[in-house]
Design a protein around this ligand. Structure first.
Ligand code: GLY
Length: 388
């Protein structure tokens, strides 16, 4: 297993200082972002407000809840509850919910609000979101379709990111006593892990199936540099996603998958342990970084550390502390005049000659980068009851 013996670990005092600054930044932002949400990415370091109509809005509400956990400040609780009203309205009116990102939207906002302050509206909204998510399940291919209308063969694919949407289904089964959500999540995980992980444990971003037979067809990237490369965030979703898959299923075969997907991620990091946006690039490259991937992977390592032997667990905790030390030292915002976000140098969607995505949010803060930074710090500070 790869180790980085020359790298320092984030200290208790730095974790506290980072959470203090982040929480103060979130509180300052409430003036604009209580009845509105952060745009997915900052522009020149600053987020603009948007309505609750994009796949990323749950991360901002998640930051509010994490700041509430850190400070106990009642202004945060009130703002979190106002945002839950908006999420309930969104799912009731089906505003921009015809995609698979119900977990990203409803776990850090509504499940979190239910777990932390017993929000009944949060519970109702999250169960409705789970119903929406399972409506995208294909029984023949045995997966949840990511994007687009359900009847078009060109949309018949899953994407690795979806592993983070599935905890919503396990939670919904536990809450309602109805196994239908969990059964679908189990099937999707099985199909996803059997197909998106390549032989060398790099990962496909997206994977297509034959819409008639359900047979695996081919992998392709959308946001990575090229089809055969490993998009950094896809690999990071793979690290955290397999840890969560193990948490909810306890299937032994997911343990080596976690370890190997993680090892691939670590082996392709530059010296400061924060990846470029695609793992194709390393030290010396002038390509942008994706700092969000570092925090996401650290969260996955800290989750998986709960289920491993003492030795393995210590190994992954050390790695997570080393990665977060670099994110804190080299990427985190330290002055509110510089940005109203938390972590700089993330990349949302970087167009390349070989991929199919648009170009935006490159080398900026992004909402999930900020959220997973706070989550990783909170996990390092205490035994955190996860929102996922
Ligand atoms: N789930 C989309 C992304 O990671 O950009």
């Amino acid at each position: 297993m790869l180790t980085f013996p020359d790298k320092k670990e984030i200290t208790k005092e730095e974790i506290e200082a980072a959470l203090d600054f982040s929480s103060a930044q979130v509180i300052e932002n409430l003036a604009i972002f209580t009845h509105a949400f952060q745009k997915a990415y900052s522009e020149n370091g600053f987020y603009q407000p948007i309505p609750n109509n994009y796949w990323t809005t749950g991360f901002w509400t998640g930051e509010i809840w994490l700041a509430y956990e850190h400070t106990g400040d009642e202004r945060l609780r009130e703002a979190g509850e106002i945002q839950i009203d908006s999420f309930l309205e969104r799912i009731d009116k089906k505003i921009e919910v015809d995609h698979h990102d119900m977990g990203f939207l409803y776990s850090p906002s509504c499940v979190a609000g239910y777990k932390l302050v017993g929000s009944k509206k949060g519970r109702e909204a999250a169960i409705k979101a789970a119903d929406q998510l399972i409506s995208r399940f294909h029984p023949v291919g045995e997966f949840i379709q990511a994007w687009g209308t359900m009847d078009a063969p060109e949309n018949y694919r899953l994407i690795i990111d979806c592993l983070l949407n599935l905890p919503l289904l396990y939670w919904a089964s536990e809450e309602t006593g109805d196994d239908k959500y969990k059964t679908i999540a189990d099937k999707h995980i099985h199909t996803a892990l059997a197909n998106v992980i390549r032989e060398d444990y790099s990962t496909w971003h997206t994977f297509f199936f034959d819409s008639v037979t359900g047979a695996p067809h081919h992998g392709a990237t959308c946001q990575g540099y090229r089809d055969g490369s490993a998009w950094a965030r896809g690999q990071a979703w793979g690290v955290y996603g397999t840890a969560l898959a193990y948490k909810y299923t306890y299937r032994e075969e997911y343990l080596p998958i976690f370890k190997n997907v993680c090892e691939y991620f670590l082996a392709h990091l530059p010296k400061d342990l924060v990846p470029y946006w695609d793992l194709e690039f390393t030290d010396g490259s002038d390509q942008p970084r994706d700092s969000s991937s570092a925090s996401i992977a650290a969260c996955g390592m800290l989750e998986m550390a709960k289920y491993l032997t003492d030795e393995d667990s210590a190994h992954y905790r050390t790695l997570a502390r080393q990665i977060m030390k670099s994110v804190y030292d080299n990427y985190a915002v330290k002055d509110k005049k510089e940005s109203n976000g938390l972590v700089l140098h993330s990349t949302y969607s970087n167009h390349s000659p070989y991929n199919t995505c648009n170009h935006y949010g490159v080398d900026e803060c992004n909402s999930w980068g900020d959220y997973f930074y706070m989550e990783a710090l909170t996990r390092l500070k205490k035994d955190w009851r996860l929102y996922w």
